[in-house]
Design a protein around this ligand. Structure first.
Ligand code: NAD
Length: 490
C-alpha cells in the first residue's frame, strides 16, 4: 500500500514567479476520482489570469533566451534531482488527483527525471548551418527560440504530459504559459512551479494558470490570440485539438497536436502466444486503458486465435480492480463519473448492436472492469471513436495483409504494435501501418524522452522528442554578412 496523504491542500497559480489567487478570487474543488474526497482547493483562473501570465512570460523572454545553455542545463538537471527527491509525495498526488494506480505513478516518476535530463542536453541542440552563397556573402541559418509558448496538457498521464509540454520549449530558450487540465491542476501543472522555482528558474519563465471545469476556453483563447504567444502545443482529445488548430490557423500560429488514438495491436500466426497475451493485457489495460497509445483493437490471425483469446480472457478476468494506492491494483478508477458513464454506454451500445462480451463489462464503484469485446459492429460508437477506458475489441483475420487493412481502418494514427517472432516480416508490415509509431514484437504503449513521439491522420501532427522537437520550438533565422560592397542594378 502506498503512503497516500489525506489532507486537502489550498494551492495557488504561479504567475511571474509569484503564487497568486485567481483574479476573480474564485476557487474550485479538485476531487479524488476513487474516493470523491477534495484533494485541493484550486484557483479558478480566467482569461485575465492567462493574460497576466503571457505578459510575465513575454517580459522574461529576452533575458531567458540569452541565458547560456550551461545555465539552462543546470536548472533541468537540478529539477530532475528535486523531482526524484519528492517521488513519494508526487506519487501520492498522482494517485489521489488522477486515480493513477501505484505502478503507473511510479512509471511516470521514472520517466520525467529522464525527460528533464534529456532536456538538459537540448539546451545545446539548436545547431545552425553555414550555407554556401553565390553572392559572396557569409550566409548562416541560425536557430533561435521563438518567444512565449502556450502549453495545454491533459490529465491522463498528468506528470509526463505536462512535463513534456514545457521541457523542450524551456530548454530551447522559450518562456512558457502552461494550462494544466482542470482534473490534474497540481500533479499536471502547479508542481512544476514549485520544482522549477527551487531549481532556480527565473521569475516569469514558467507560468501556470488553472481553471475550473468547463472554463478552459477563455484561457485557450488568450493563448491562441495573444500576439506574444508564438507557438502552441496541445495534448488531448481530437475534438478539442481540432478547435484549437482552427483557431491557431486563423491566428497564423504553429501548433504541435498530440491527439487521441485508436491503436491496433496485430498478433501474427507465428507469435509466442503467452507473450502476445501478456503484451495485449498490458497494452489494453495499463492505467485502465486511459492512455492515448492504449491497444484498442487486437487483430489476431486465425491459426492462433482460439488459444490467444482463451488465455487473454482468463488473464483479463484475473486483473485486480479497485483502490489505486494498493500496489497490486491494475484497474483503478476512471477519471470521473462522466467517463464511467461514457465507457459503460459504449460497451452497452456495442453489445446491443451484436458485439460479444468476452470479459468484464460492469462498473465496480468508480472503476470499470477490464473488458474484452468481439464482433464489434462497424456502426457502433465503440468502433468509430476512441473510448478512453479499459475496453478492447478483438478481431480475427485470415492473413497478415488483412490485419494491415483492419489496422488502418480508422481515422486515427498514433501508435500500433505487431507481435511476431519474424522481425523481417514485422518490419515489412510496420512500413504499411498508417501510424506515427509502430513497435514490432511489442504492444503500442511505450515512450522514451528522446524518441520522435507523435501521430498522423486524426491523431495530430508535430513531434515531441528526438531531433524533431528542436524544429517545433525554435525558428530558423537566415543572416548574411556581405564583405565589402557589391554592385546593384540601379
Ligand atoms: P481534452 O481534450 O478534454 O482536454 C485536454 C486539455 O484541453 C485540458 O487541459 C482541457 O482543459 C483543455 N481544453 C478543453 N477545452 C479547451 C478549449 N476550448 N480551449 C483550450 N483548452 C481546452 O482531453 P483529456 O480528456 O484531458 O485527455 C484525453 C484525450 O487526450 C484522449 O483523447 C487521449 O487519447 C488524448 N491524449 C493524447 C496524447 C498524445 O500524446 N497523443 C497523450 C495523452 C492523451
Amino acid at each position: 500500500m502506498a503512503t497516500v496523504q489525506s489532507e486537502t491542500r489550498d494551492v495557488q497559480q504561479f504567475i511571474g514567479g509569484e503564487w497568486v489567487a485567481a483574479s476573480s478570487g474564485a476557487t474550485f474543488d479538485d476531487l479524488d476520482p476513487f474516493t470523491g474526497e477534495v484533494v485541493a482547493r484550486v484557483p479558478a483562473g480566467t482569461r485575465e489570469d492567462a493574460h497576466l501570465a503571457v505578459e510575465a512570460a513575454a517580459a522574461a523572454f529576452p533575458a531567458w533566451s540569452q541565458t547560456p545553455p550551461a545555465e539552462r542545463q543546470r536548472i533541468f538537471l537540478k529539477a530532475a534531482d528535486l523531482l526524484e527527491a519528492r517521488a513519494e509525495d508526487v506519487a501520492s498526488w498522482l494517485i489521489r488527483e488522477t486515480g493513477s494506480a501505484f505502478g503507473f505513478s511510479m512509471f511516470q516518476l521514472h520517466f520525467v527525471p529522464g525527460l528533464f535530463r534529456q532536456a538538459a542536453a537540448l539546451a545545446y541542440a539548436p545547431l545552425g548551418e553555414v550555407i554556401p552563397s553565390d553572392t559572396g556573402a557569409f550566409s548562416m541559418g541560425l536557430r533561435r527560440p521563438v518567444g512565449v509558448v502556450g502549453a495545454i496538457a491533459p490529465w491522463n498521464a498528468a506528470l509526463i504530459l505536462s512535463a513534456r509540454s514545457i521541457a523542450a520549449p524551456l530548454a530551447l530558450g522559450n518562456t512558457v504559459v502552461l494550462k494544466p487540465s482542470e482534473l490534474s491542476p497540481y500533479a499536471g501543472g502547479l508542481l512544476w512551479g514549485e520544482i522549477f522555482a527551487e531549481a532556480g528558474l527565473p521569475a516569469g519563465v514558467l507560468n501556470v494558470v488553472t481553471h475550473a471545469p468547463g472554463e478552459a476556453a477563455g484561457i485557450g483563447d488568450e493563448l491562441v490570440e495573444n500576439p506574444h504567444v508564438r507557438r502552441l502545443n496541445f495534448t488531448g482529445s481530437t475534438a478539442t485539438g481540432r478547435k484549437l488548430a482552427e483557431a491557431a490557423g486563423r491566428n497564423l500560429k504553429r501548433i504541435v497536436l498530440e491527439l487521441g488514438g485508436y491503436n491496433p495491436l496485430i498478433v501474427l500466426a507465428d507469435a509466442d502466444v503467452e507473450y502476445a497475451v501478456n503484451a495485449s493485457a498490458f497494452g489494453a489495460f495499463m492505467h485502465q486503458g486511459q492512455i492515448c497509445m492504449s491497444a484498442r483493437k487486437i487483430i489476431v490471425e486465425r491459426p492462433v486465435a482460439d488459444e490467444f483469446i482463451a488465455k487473454l480472457v482468463a488473464k483479463t478476468k484475473g486483473l485486480k480492480t479497485g483502490n489505486p494506492s494498493e500496489h497490486d491494483t491494475v484497474i483503478g478508477p476512471l477519471i470521473n463519473s462522466s467517463a464511467l458513464d461514457m465507457v459503460r454506454s459504449r460497451v452497452e451500445e456495442a453489445v446491443a448492436k451484436g458485439a460479444t462480451l468476452l470479459a468484464g463489462g460492469e462498473s465496480v464503484g468508480s472503476c470499470f472492469q477490464a473488458t474484452l469485446l468481439a464482433d464489434v459492429p462497424e456502426d457502433s460508437d465503440f468502433a468509430r471513436y476512441e473510448t478512453f477506458g479499459p475496453v478492447a475489441a478483438i478481431e480475427v483475420v485470415d492473413s497478415a495483409d488483412e490485419a494491415v487493412v483492419r489496422a488502418n481502418a480508422t481515422s486515427y494514427g498514433l501508435a500500433s504494435g505487431i507481435i511476431t517472432t519474424n522481425a523481417e516480416q514485422g518490419l515489412a508490415l510496420a512500413q504499411r501501418i498508417e501510424a506515427g509509431i509502430v513497435h514490432v514484437n511489442d504492444q503500442p504503449v511505450g515512450d522514451e524522452p528522446q524518441m520522435p513521439f507523435g501521430g498522423v491522420k486524426d491523431s495530430g501532427f508535430g513531434r515531441f522528442g528526438g531531433q524533431a522537437v528542436v524544429g517545433e520550438f525554435t525558428e530558423v533565422h537566415w543572416i548574411t554578412v556581405q564583405s565589402g560592397s557589391h554592385p546593384f542594378p540601379f
